[in-house]
Design a protein around this ligand. Structure first.
Ligand code: FPP
Length: 257
């Protein structure tokens, strides 16, 4: 167990989380799956609070995937209700804690009441600068990539950009995550070891961390354990260890992170 006053020399700048295992958490207790999602909301609250207090500037949560629309209608509507309740309740916290809410995904597929709350919160928190909390909702990375391709193809047809100009920077600027740095750390809970169509472009160099804990049990200590592991990873970005050491020396003793 990690105690209060937790400090690490290297924290991620952008932490992305695949919150998995709500259903199994409930099933293990002979409870309906929705109870797992309800308990999962508490984990969302504590992880947001901890990331903010540690000073992690970007946190992205995979809250509802494009594929999740295929779940039983009852579960989908329970998830939408939970989301609406969470958002309404959390607005004052986001404002007082100076957290900006951002959303990625096909938002227009969400129920109108949720689109309206999301738009209102995003607008009211847009000047906040302590942390950017991004919710991936109705999100699928392949879909996001295709939408970016379509946008650029249309711009080429309209003559506002030439295909030759399309480089990584321009392409990234047409993704839902435009303006947000790529995640440097991904956590997936529940023991599954997949990326599941999440931020495929953006996670090219992310450190991956898989833990067996179901999301409803993922608390501040579990987060601290994951962050400790990140802190020990050597990130090389395709360079050699010697090159990294040289870069560190050049940057007056900075580390490879
Ligand atoms: C995965 O567990 C989790 C989800 C599909 C939804 C995540 C939603 C929440 C944590 C609550 C609402 C979100 C916010 C941001 C307030 P699973 O159902 O796939 O679990 P299983 O793999 O054990 O079945």
């Amino acid at each position: 167990m990690i105690t209060k006053g937790f400090f690490l020399p290297h924290l991620p700048k952008h932490l992305a989380i695949i919150m998995d295992g709500n259903g199994r958490w409930a099933q293990k207790r002979h409870l309906p799956r929705v109870m797992g999602h309800q308990k999962g909301v508490e984990s969302v609250r504590s992880v947001v609070e901890e990331c903010r207090s540690l000073g992690i500037p970007y946190l992205t949560l995979y809250a509802f995937s494009s594929e999740n629309w295929g779940r039983p209608a009852e579960e989908v509507s329970s998830l939408m209700e939970l989301l609406a309740r969470y958002l309404s309740k959390e607005l004052s916290t986001l404002l007082t804690q100076k957290i900006r809410l951002n959303v990625i995904g096909e938002i227009e597929r969400l129920p109108k009441n949720i689109c309206d709350i999301l738009t209102e919160i995003a607008t009211r928190t847009q000047e906040n600068s302590t942390m950017v909390l991004t919710l991936a909702l109705s999100y699928g990375s392949r879909n996001e990539l295709l939408r970016a391709c379509r946008t650029l193809a249309q711009e080429a047809i309209d003559g506002t950009c030439s295909p030759k100009e399309i480089d990584e920077k321009l392409f990234a600027s047409r993704l839902d995550t435009a303006g947000i740095p790529d995640p440097d750390f991904l956590i997936r809970t529940s023991g599954e070891m997949r990326i599941s169509n999440f931020l495929l472009w953006q996670m090219a160099y992310a450190e991956l961390y898989f833990c067996p804990t179901y999301w409803p049990d993922f608390n501040k200590e579990a987060l601290q354990t994951a962050l400790s592991e990140f802190s020990q990873r050597k990130r090389r970005f395709g360079l050699t260890a010697e090159q990294l050491k040289q870069n560190e020396t050049d940057q007056h003793g900075g580390s490879a992170h």
